[in-house]
Design a protein around this ligand. Sequence first.
Ligand SMILES: *Cc1c(COP(=O)(O)O)cnc(C)c1O
Ligand SMILES: [Zn+2]
Length: 406
Amino acid sequence: MANHKVVCWDCGADVSDPYVNTCPKCGGLLTVKMDLEAVKEMKPADLHKTPLGVWRYAPFMPVDPAHKVSIQEGGTPLYKTEALGAEVGVPGAYVKFEGLNPTGSFKDRGMTIGVSHAKELGAKVVGCASTGNTSASLAAYATKANIKCAVFLPSGKVAAGKLAQALFFGAKVLSIDGNFDDALALARKMSEEKKLYLLNSINPYRPEGQKSVLFEIMDQLQYNIPDRIILPVGNAANIWAIYKACMELKEVGWIDKVPMLTGIQAEGASPVVKAFAAKKNDFIPEECPETVATAIRIGNPVSGRKALHAIYDTKGYATTVTDAEIIAAQQLLGRREGVCVEPASAASVAGLKKLREIGIIDRDEKVVCICTGNGLKDPDTIIANCPGVIKCGNSVAEVEKILLQN
Ligand SMILES: *Cc1c(COP(=O)(O)O)cnc(C)c1O
Ligand SMILES: [Zn+2]
């Protein structure tokens, strides 16, 4: 479609080869420049004929809807979490539950656009490196599009549910000797040799689909713009996508202020937070990232520089949370709100609690925490942190006795 072009985020050069993942001139990061002239004539309600979901926002997407590969991604609930808000002292707290996407994480928003574009290009093989959710999502969309799929996983450390999905959808699942960053390096090499079309978030089309979470939040709040959006940061494409969505809404005149974008990393994998604390525009990669939140166990975030720009430009913030704080937040959300998220997703809620405690977040802020993935992806972590099954004799009296215990 002629409504966009791919450009270098660093030097501005046009980039036409779809198989390069960085700027051929300067090695910089790529991004999509949308032509939004036509949208300036429209209002948000003009899109409401289409159900809430990624494709409602087709005029902001760089793919012709005629080519769409969709399993009805997006359209996830935005909960007003009153019990959570009371607990942490932020009554205006909301949770956007991305775990209710088709494969159980927000990755589906990017994949519907990325795989639709791969189909437009006539790609024969798609691939990605993944901590789990990207591969689960790509495997589903590739099979829907009838394109062959290879996923590169770091050895061990992939949650059972995510691995099960990639295998189930029929992808070639390759366990690479190394961590996520090693797996990505191999996938990129394959892409540079044009052996596959790479659908990691370094691909500029994926964040385009991920913009839709911000568009949905605005629709769900009737354009009462939240003061702050908090989300976990791993490779940092999602925070960049949300920032880009804000800038585009501003460009078309649908909003006049922007939420403070607030990124949360795990203490053991926090290159972006360290750069923010040092007021730097670039980060220092970490060799051995470690955290229970495997989806953000990333030492060398591909879009880290874009994330820092997004945070500074929106007067946002970045901080770390410990694994113990992540598990506590996951349980709080489960026990008080009936929402089951995976550990990485709970990092946003742990961040809300911490930033309220240290006074970065005011009591009267309206805050949306993005909970990126479903708790059922990683049942082992949940079971390990819950009380066990109760042994019970086969009698009413014994059941009653147990129920009377607290
Ligand atoms: C991918 C993922 C993240 C991290 O998103 P980035 O765009 O890499 O920062 C966080 N949570 C979950 C559940 C994910 O799958
Ligand atoms: Zn460049």
